[in-house]
Design a protein around this ligand. Structure first.
Ligand SMILES: CC(C)(COP(=O)(O)OP(=O)(O)OC[C@H]1O[C@@H](n2cnc3c(N)ncnc32)[C@H](O)[C@@H]1OP(=O)(O)O)[C@@H](O)C(=O)NCCC(=O)NCCS
Length: 201
Protein backbone atom coordinates (compact mmCIF):
# COMPACT_ATOMS: atom_id res chain seq x y z
CA UNK A 1 0.00 0.00 0.00
CA UNK A 2 2.87 2.38 0.79
CA UNK A 3 3.80 2.20 -2.89
CA UNK A 4 0.76 4.28 -3.88
CA UNK A 5 1.85 7.31 -1.83
CA UNK A 6 3.52 10.09 -3.80
CA UNK A 7 6.69 11.69 -2.50
CA UNK A 8 6.09 13.49 0.80
CA UNK A 9 2.95 11.56 1.72
CA UNK A 10 3.07 9.05 4.59
CA UNK A 11 0.46 6.35 4.66
CA UNK A 12 -0.31 3.50 7.05
CA UNK A 13 -2.87 0.81 7.82
CA UNK A 14 -3.90 -1.34 10.80
CA UNK A 15 -6.32 -4.20 11.31
CA UNK A 16 -8.89 -2.86 13.79
CA UNK A 17 -8.53 -4.65 17.13
CA UNK A 18 -10.61 -4.89 20.24
CA UNK A 19 -9.58 -2.08 22.59
CA UNK A 20 -8.45 0.30 19.80
CA UNK A 21 -10.88 2.92 21.14
CA UNK A 22 -8.34 3.35 23.96
CA UNK A 23 -6.00 4.96 21.42
CA UNK A 24 -8.29 8.00 21.22
CA UNK A 25 -6.65 10.86 23.09
CA UNK A 26 -9.01 12.52 25.62
CA UNK A 27 -9.76 15.48 23.32
CA UNK A 28 -10.41 13.13 20.39
CA UNK A 29 -12.74 10.93 22.43
CA UNK A 30 -14.64 14.04 23.50
CA UNK A 31 -14.91 15.34 19.91
CA UNK A 32 -16.39 12.09 18.62
CA UNK A 33 -20.07 12.13 19.59
CA UNK A 34 -21.64 9.10 21.27
CA UNK A 35 -21.41 6.44 18.59
CA UNK A 36 -21.36 2.69 18.30
CA UNK A 37 -18.42 1.08 20.13
CA UNK A 38 -17.30 -0.40 16.80
CA UNK A 39 -17.11 3.04 15.22
CA UNK A 40 -15.11 4.45 18.14
CA UNK A 41 -12.77 1.46 17.86
CA UNK A 42 -12.28 2.18 14.13
CA UNK A 43 -11.68 5.88 14.80
CA UNK A 44 -9.17 4.93 17.50
CA UNK A 45 -7.33 2.60 15.13
CA UNK A 46 -7.16 5.27 12.42
CA UNK A 47 -5.87 7.85 14.90
CA UNK A 48 -3.30 5.38 16.26
CA UNK A 49 -1.86 5.16 12.73
CA UNK A 50 -2.03 8.93 12.26
CA UNK A 51 -0.32 9.64 15.60
CA UNK A 52 2.57 7.42 14.47
CA UNK A 53 2.80 9.12 11.07
CA UNK A 54 2.73 12.56 12.73
CA UNK A 55 5.50 11.48 15.12
CA UNK A 56 7.62 10.61 12.05
CA UNK A 57 7.11 14.25 10.99
CA UNK A 58 8.25 15.40 14.44
CA UNK A 59 4.76 16.19 15.73
CA UNK A 60 3.99 14.45 19.02
CA UNK A 61 0.80 14.17 21.10
CA UNK A 62 -1.36 16.00 18.59
CA UNK A 63 -5.06 15.32 19.06
CA UNK A 64 -6.88 14.89 15.75
CA UNK A 65 -10.27 16.27 16.69
CA UNK A 66 -13.43 15.61 14.71
CA UNK A 67 -15.32 18.73 13.63
CA UNK A 68 -19.14 18.75 13.41
CA UNK A 69 -18.81 18.29 9.61
CA UNK A 70 -16.88 15.08 10.28
CA UNK A 71 -13.63 16.48 8.87
CA UNK A 72 -10.58 15.92 11.09
CA UNK A 73 -8.46 18.80 12.36
CA UNK A 74 -4.73 18.46 11.65
CA UNK A 75 -1.80 20.20 13.33
CA UNK A 76 -0.64 23.48 11.78
CA UNK A 77 1.17 22.91 8.46
CA UNK A 78 -0.02 19.31 8.05
CA UNK A 79 -2.81 17.78 6.02
CA UNK A 80 -4.15 14.28 6.31
CA UNK A 81 -7.05 11.93 6.00
CA UNK A 82 -8.53 8.90 7.79
CA UNK A 83 -10.76 6.01 6.74
CA UNK A 84 -11.94 2.65 8.02
CA UNK A 85 -14.01 -0.27 6.83
CA UNK A 86 -15.28 -3.05 9.11
CA UNK A 87 -11.81 -4.55 9.58
CA UNK A 88 -9.11 -2.13 8.45
CA UNK A 89 -8.18 1.46 9.28
CA UNK A 90 -5.95 3.64 7.11
CA UNK A 91 -4.44 7.10 7.44
CA UNK A 92 -2.33 9.41 5.30
CA UNK A 93 -0.52 12.62 6.27
CA UNK A 94 1.74 15.10 4.49
CA UNK A 95 3.29 18.47 5.26
CA UNK A 96 1.37 21.16 3.37
CA UNK A 97 3.60 22.14 0.46
CA UNK A 98 3.32 20.78 -3.05
CA UNK A 99 0.28 18.90 -1.80
CA UNK A 100 -2.53 21.13 -0.52
CA UNK A 101 -4.94 18.45 0.62
CA UNK A 102 -5.36 14.68 0.93
CA UNK A 103 -8.18 12.18 1.04
CA UNK A 104 -8.10 8.43 1.58
CA UNK A 105 -10.66 5.63 1.52
CA UNK A 106 -10.50 1.90 2.22
CA UNK A 107 -12.98 -0.68 1.00
CA UNK A 108 -13.16 -4.49 0.91
CA UNK A 109 -11.68 -5.86 -2.34
CA UNK A 110 -15.07 -7.12 -3.53
CA UNK A 111 -17.30 -6.07 -6.42
CA UNK A 112 -19.61 -3.16 -5.66
CA UNK A 113 -23.31 -4.19 -5.59
CA UNK A 114 -25.08 -3.12 -8.80
CA UNK A 115 -27.57 -0.81 -7.06
CA UNK A 116 -24.76 1.16 -5.39
CA UNK A 117 -22.77 1.21 -8.63
CA UNK A 118 -25.76 2.82 -10.36
CA UNK A 119 -25.88 5.52 -7.66
CA UNK A 120 -22.17 6.27 -7.86
CA UNK A 121 -21.45 6.22 -11.60
CA UNK A 122 -21.97 9.04 -14.09
CA UNK A 123 -21.62 8.85 -17.87
CA UNK A 124 -18.35 10.81 -17.67
CA UNK A 125 -16.51 8.41 -15.32
CA UNK A 126 -13.76 6.30 -16.93
CA UNK A 127 -12.78 2.99 -15.33
CA UNK A 128 -11.89 0.61 -18.18
CA UNK A 129 -8.19 0.42 -17.24
CA UNK A 130 -9.07 -0.96 -13.78
CA UNK A 131 -9.65 -4.60 -12.79
CA UNK A 132 -13.09 -5.38 -14.30
CA UNK A 133 -14.49 -6.95 -11.11
CA UNK A 134 -13.25 -4.18 -8.81
CA UNK A 135 -13.68 -1.14 -11.08
CA UNK A 136 -16.93 -0.09 -9.39
CA UNK A 137 -15.45 -0.49 -5.91
CA UNK A 138 -12.39 1.55 -6.89
CA UNK A 139 -14.64 4.22 -8.40
CA UNK A 140 -16.69 4.40 -5.19
CA UNK A 141 -13.57 4.67 -3.02
CA UNK A 142 -12.09 7.27 -5.39
CA UNK A 143 -15.14 9.53 -5.06
CA UNK A 144 -15.10 9.25 -1.26
CA UNK A 145 -11.35 9.98 -1.19
CA UNK A 146 -11.76 12.98 -3.49
CA UNK A 147 -14.60 14.30 -1.34
CA UNK A 148 -12.42 14.06 1.78
CA UNK A 149 -9.58 15.87 0.02
CA UNK A 150 -11.76 18.65 -1.35
CA UNK A 151 -14.15 19.27 1.54
CA UNK A 152 -11.54 20.97 3.79
CA UNK A 153 -10.72 23.37 0.90
CA UNK A 154 -14.26 24.26 -0.23
CA UNK A 155 -16.49 23.28 2.73
CA UNK A 156 -19.08 22.12 0.24
CA UNK A 157 -21.01 18.86 0.48
CA UNK A 158 -20.71 16.98 -2.80
CA UNK A 159 -22.65 14.01 -4.15
CA UNK A 160 -21.26 11.21 -6.30
CA UNK A 161 -22.68 13.00 -9.35
CA UNK A 162 -20.55 16.06 -8.53
CA UNK A 163 -17.25 14.18 -8.93
CA UNK A 164 -15.97 12.84 -12.26
CA UNK A 165 -13.30 10.18 -12.02
CA UNK A 166 -10.90 9.06 -14.75
CA UNK A 167 -9.12 6.01 -13.36
CA UNK A 168 -7.34 5.55 -16.71
CA UNK A 169 -5.63 8.94 -16.37
CA UNK A 170 -5.48 8.85 -12.56
CA UNK A 171 -7.36 12.03 -11.83
CA UNK A 172 -10.73 13.44 -10.84
CA UNK A 173 -12.53 16.77 -11.12
CA UNK A 174 -15.33 18.21 -9.01
CA UNK A 175 -18.20 20.52 -9.85
CA UNK A 176 -16.42 23.13 -7.73
CA UNK A 177 -13.53 23.03 -10.24
CA UNK A 178 -11.05 21.16 -8.05
CA UNK A 179 -8.69 18.68 -9.65
CA UNK A 180 -7.31 15.76 -7.67
CA UNK A 181 -4.78 13.12 -8.62
CA UNK A 182 -5.52 9.51 -7.72
CA UNK A 183 -3.43 6.51 -6.72
CA UNK A 184 -4.84 3.16 -5.65
CA UNK A 185 -4.12 -0.44 -4.77
CA UNK A 186 -6.53 -3.40 -4.64
CA UNK A 187 -4.78 -5.84 -2.27
CA UNK A 188 -5.33 -6.69 0.47
CA UNK A 189 -8.00 -3.96 0.36
CA UNK A 190 -9.06 -1.35 -2.17
CA UNK A 191 -7.33 1.80 -0.92
CA UNK A 192 -7.57 5.04 -2.89
CA UNK A 193 -5.52 8.12 -2.13
CA UNK A 194 -6.64 11.44 -3.65
CA UNK A 195 -4.43 14.49 -3.48
CA UNK A 196 -4.91 18.07 -4.55
CA UNK A 197 -1.72 19.72 -5.66
CA UNK A 198 -0.92 23.27 -4.68
CA UNK A 199 -2.24 25.83 -7.12
CA UNK A 200 0.87 27.45 -8.55
CA UNK A 201 -1.23 30.34 -9.85
C1 LIG B 1 -16.82 11.78 4.40
C2 LIG B 1 -17.68 10.56 4.19
C3 LIG B 1 -17.82 10.32 2.67
C4 LIG B 1 -16.97 9.39 4.93
O1 LIG B 1 -17.49 8.18 4.60
P1 LIG B 1 -17.70 6.95 5.64
O2 LIG B 1 -17.90 5.76 4.76
O3 LIG B 1 -18.72 7.32 6.62
O4 LIG B 1 -16.40 6.74 6.49
P2 LIG B 1 -14.87 6.44 6.14
O5 LIG B 1 -14.42 5.34 7.00
O6 LIG B 1 -14.63 6.31 4.68
O7 LIG B 1 -14.17 7.78 6.62
C5 LIG B 1 -14.34 8.24 7.93
C6 LIG B 1 -13.42 9.39 8.13
O8 LIG B 1 -13.68 10.38 7.13
C7 LIG B 1 -13.25 11.63 7.67
N1 LIG B 1 -14.26 12.62 7.31
C8 LIG B 1 -15.57 12.64 7.69
N2 LIG B 1 -16.16 13.73 7.15
C9 LIG B 1 -15.22 14.37 6.44
C10 LIG B 1 -15.22 15.56 5.65
N3 LIG B 1 -16.33 16.31 5.50
N4 LIG B 1 -14.07 15.96 5.05
C11 LIG B 1 -12.93 15.23 5.19
N5 LIG B 1 -12.86 14.07 5.92
C12 LIG B 1 -14.00 13.67 6.53
C13 LIG B 1 -13.10 11.48 9.17
O9 LIG B 1 -11.73 11.52 9.47
C14 LIG B 1 -13.65 10.10 9.43
O10 LIG B 1 -12.94 9.42 10.44
P3 LIG B 1 -13.50 9.43 11.97
O11 LIG B 1 -14.93 9.00 11.87
O12 LIG B 1 -12.64 8.40 12.63
O13 LIG B 1 -13.29 10.81 12.50
C15 LIG B 1 -19.09 10.71 4.78
O14 LIG B 1 -19.02 10.72 6.15
C16 LIG B 1 -19.80 11.99 4.39
O15 LIG B 1 -19.57 13.04 4.94
N6 LIG B 1 -20.71 11.89 3.40
C17 LIG B 1 -21.53 13.02 2.96
C18 LIG B 1 -21.26 13.35 1.52
C19 LIG B 1 -21.32 12.15 0.64
O16 LIG B 1 -21.50 11.02 1.07
N7 LIG B 1 -21.15 12.38 -0.65
C20 LIG B 1 -21.02 11.31 -1.58
C21 LIG B 1 -19.55 10.90 -1.64
S1 LIG B 1 -18.72 11.93 -2.77
Amino acid sequence: MAAIAPSGVRIGCRLIREGDEAHLLPGEAHSIPARQPGMRRASGAARWIAHGLLAELGVGDAAILRTPSGAPVWPEGIMGSLAHDDDMAVAAVAPIGDIASLGIDVEPAQPLPDDILALVTTFADRTDAADRHLAGRILFAAKEAVYKAVYPLDREVLGYEDITVDLNAGHATTKTGRKARLAYCVAPRVVVLAFVEKDRG
